[in-house]
Design a protein around this ligand. Structure first.
Ligand code: XUL
Ligand code: CO
Length: 438
């Protein structure tokens, strides 16, 4: 098989002093951080859709990048070429996982039966490559937002026939995920939301989404899928209001419909910021609820109100994210680069630069987050800040051994309570900086 990314060597670690654009400056797969190899902390994945399919098309212009890999777009020959390109790309970067939607790997056909045959053929090829290289699926999903039939959503569609098409796609995408050894299965809401309440039965729509998810769990378990299902929260876009607004909303939904044993969350940085949160916030909410499953590693632009899916560059953000991940004991999924090159970065080298930037930004975030934990001043401060709950009346509150009457008597004896102690935010931010730039 001939090389597709000609002239691009295997990318290796050369250290921060290196000026080689095709080398890692921080990602050193075998380096041990807090007892685990970097590659174990950071199971990186390639997003099939952005990397092998997206060509820079936006609302104002056609593609700038050539992703034909020498074949006619939309053909099965092209789909096979993408498999070869993807595996060569991942091998050159030392990436061990990929994520895919059904539509990314084989061209969609109006006849669902024909499409499913295409998917079987391509997934055979992917499986062969996977066996040859050891590169596996991180998660699979069904694209239930692109085809016009899903204009009102999939599980949330007003049409039962559309719901059945969605069910057929989920069933097939689960078959493919199991076939390719996937660790997880994602439901990103796509168009599960609404434009106006004037035409929407929110209760029926949410109940139907839950029904589709329950059927997915039942089917998945029946074919031997032992991984986690994930909801990937996002507040808006493409719909004005999406049901899986943020981590807290998605967790409430999963609990409401009894799906919380089988589902965790796939937290995407740019989606958290669109919801008006930090990436760190949604990771924390997922983690404290035992639902931190996987991560879509990207970043948004704070000046723009939409999903820009940029490669992670902001090391403060990756450090704060890795701090959450380390505190949570890691992720069960991985770090999928749901990110794309900017439209004017259209060459094949740019595809590599994007991943090198993303992998290095997370590696540096991991190094710095571990240093912050080892430094200990921030953890110590937090412990001290809540000290009043480790003894006396505070302990009784924590242990559930008191009531309003006793607390009211306690308060009346105190008279005027002391202020709760300085939050010391500026001091802590200085500590953070001193670790970041030491
Ligand atoms: C869209 C998005 C998706 C999901 C998978 O914003 O993030 O690509 O990750 O459907
Ligand atoms: Co995503």
């Amino acid at each position: 098989m001939s090389e597709i990314f000609k002239g691009i060597p295997k990318v290796s670690y050369e250290g921060p002093e290196s000026k080689n654009p095709l080398a890692f400056k921080y990602y050193d797969a075998d380096r041990v951080i807090l007892g685990k190899k970097m590659s174990e902390h950071l199971p990186f994945a390639m997003a099939w859709w952005h990397n092998l399919c997206a060509n820079g098309t936006d609302m104002f212009g056609t593609g700038t990048a050539d992703k034909s890999f020498g074949s006619a777009l939309g053909t099965m020959e092209h789909a096979h070429k993408k498999v070869d390109a993807g595996f060569e790309f991942m091998q050159k970067l030392g990436i061990e996982y990929f994520c895919f939607h059904d539509v990314d790997i084989a061209p969609e056909d109006q006849d669902i039966n024909k499409w499913q045959k295409n998917l079987d053929e391509i997934s055979d090829h992917i499986l062969e490559k996977s066996k040859e290289t050891g590169i596996k699926d991180l998660w699979g999903t069904a694209n239930m937002f692109n085809n016009p039939r899903f204009m009102n959503g999939a599980g949330s569609s007003n049409s039962a026939d559309v719901f059945c098409f969605a069910a057929a796609q989920v069933k097939k995408a689960l078959d493919l995920t199991v076939k390719l050894g996937g660790r997880g299965y994602v439901f990103w809401g796509g168009r599960e939301g609404y434009e106006t309440l004037l035409n929407t039965d929110v209760k029926l729509e949410q109940e139907n989404i839950a029904k589709l998810m329950h059927m997915a769990v039942d089917y998945g378990r029946s074919i031997g899928f032992t991984g986690d299902f994930y909801i990937e929260p996002k507040p808006k876009e493409p719909m004005k209001h999406q049901y899986d607004f943020d981590a807290a909303t998605a967790i409430g939904f999963l609990r409401q419909y009894g799906l919380d044993k089988d589902f965790k969350l796939n937290i995407e940085a740019n989606h958290a910021t669109l919801a008006g949160h930090t990436f760190q916030h949604d990771l924390r909410i997922a983690a404290i609820n035992g639902m931190l499953g996987s991560i879509d590693a990207n970043q948004g632009d704070y000046l723009l109100g939409w999903d820009t899916d940029e490669f992670p560059f902001n090391v403060y953000e990756t450090t704060l994210a890795m701090y959450e991940v380390l505190k949570a004991g890691g992720v069960t999924g991985g770090f999928n680069f749901d990110a794309k090159n900017r439209r004017p970065s259209y060459t094949m080298e740019d595809m590599f630069y994007g991943y090198i930037l993303g992998m290095d930004s997370f590696a540096l975030g991991l190094i710095k987050a571990a240093e912050i934990i080892e430094d200990g001043r921030i953890d110590e401060f937090i412990k001290e800040r809540y000290k009043s709950y480790s003894e006396g009346i505070g302990k009784k509150i924590r242990d559930g051994k008191t009531d309003l009457k006793e607390l009211a008597e306690y308060a009346s004896k105190l008279g005027t309570p002391a202020l709760p102690g300085s939050g010391r935010q500026e001091y802590l931010e200085s500590v953070f900086n001193s670790v970041m730039f030491k």
